[in-house]
Design a protein around this ligand. Structure first.
Ligand SMILES: [Zn+2]
Length: 305
């Protein structure tokens, strides 16, 4: 009995001795974990979140371009969000993109909103002389193409004709018959898609006019999701329907006859998106089709293949 009691005593002593060691070991482990936490890294150091407006733009011009770009981000953000919310169950999505997967159009819109904008420049000094290419058909603006792939020129006529997004569905505009460049926001969306850093040379003009875009959604949905005009039409229609006039919008009904009239008269075509409006207050644009592709879209793809 005495031996057993002695053994228990030894056991107790051993427990008392072991306790500080365990505590020390726990403290040591805690320190090790803390040391393993990675230090924050500046992985996005140098990221550029805003477009650059060149010093050739005076304050009045720069303010209008800045506001137009802000509105373009609002338009494009909503186009992205509409797809994120409704996917391809959206009737408007199906109208413009058919049965195509949603990832690509979401991606183009998201790139414009949150992609790096380093070097993407808007200027006002007409360095290529294209703003007055033809006296009766001056340009609204153009991508500089091979001369400077990151640069876009905004010509003086833009300031007189482009409308604020606040005027969505106003001035007699509807999506089907209005020009895609009626608003600053959609005009600048078009111009940004030409910049290879944005459109990657993949977003192109596979179809131009409204009816062609609607057809493309059914025949070649894989091209519709990378068709510049389709992306513009979709963004305009969901903005009109969800935001400007909720539940109503201004989709309009395309009138085929208007595209068959002589070139000197008003046309609702999306192919005139690089061309100026005439003096009419209506959203349609004068036909300067001959200019299309010369300076705005050096790599124009004819037909949908
Ligand atoms: Zn174009």
């Amino acid at each position: 009995m005495a031996l057993l009691r002695f053994s228990l005593l030894l056991l107790g002593v051993s427990s008392v001795i072991a306790s500080p060691a365990r505590i020390a070991r726990q403290e040591s482990m805690t320190t090790t974990v803390a040391a393993a936490t990675p230090a924050p890294t500046a992985w996005d150091e140098g990221a550029v979140k805003d477009f650059t407006i060149h010093s050739s733009c005076n304050n009045t011009e720069a303010r209008q371009i800045k506001r137009g770009l802000d509105e373009a981000m609002e338009l494009v953000s909503h186009a992205r969000d509409h797809i994120l919310r409704w996917g391809n169950s959206s009737e408007i999505y199906q109208k413009y993109f058919g049965n195509a997967s949603t990832g690509e159009p979401i991606g183009w819109f998201e790139k414009i909103v949150n992609g790096d904008k380093a070097g993407v420049l808007f200027r006002c000094d007409n360095p290529d002389g294209n703003c007055a290419l033809e006296a009766d058909c001056p340009r609204m603006g153009h991508w500089r193409g091979d001369n400077a792939t990151l640069e876009t020129v905004i010509c003086p006529l833009s300031y007189e004709t482009r409308k604020s997004l606040d005027a969505m569905c106003g001035f007699g505009y509807d999506v089907a018959n209005g020009a895609t460049n009626f608003y600053w926001a959609s005009d600048l969306l078009h111009r940004l898609l030409h910049v290879p850093k944005v459109g990657e040379g993949v977003v192109e003009h596979y179809a131009g006019e409204y009816d062609e875009c609607i057809e493309l959604a059914q025949t070649h949905p894989e091209e519709a999701v990378r068709n510049s005009d389709t992306l513009q039409y979709f963004a305009l229609e969901v903005y009109a329907y969800d935001i400007a006039l909720p539940g109503t919008g201004c989709a309009g009904t395309w009138t085929a006859t208007s595209s068959e009239v002589p070139s000197a008269t008003l046309m609702p075509s999306a192919t005139e998106t690089e061309t100026p409006s005439i003096t009419s207050a209506a959203p349609q644009m004068a036909s300067c089709t001959a200019l299309e592709g010369k300076t705005d879209s050096p790599v124009r793809i004819e037909g949908s293949g």
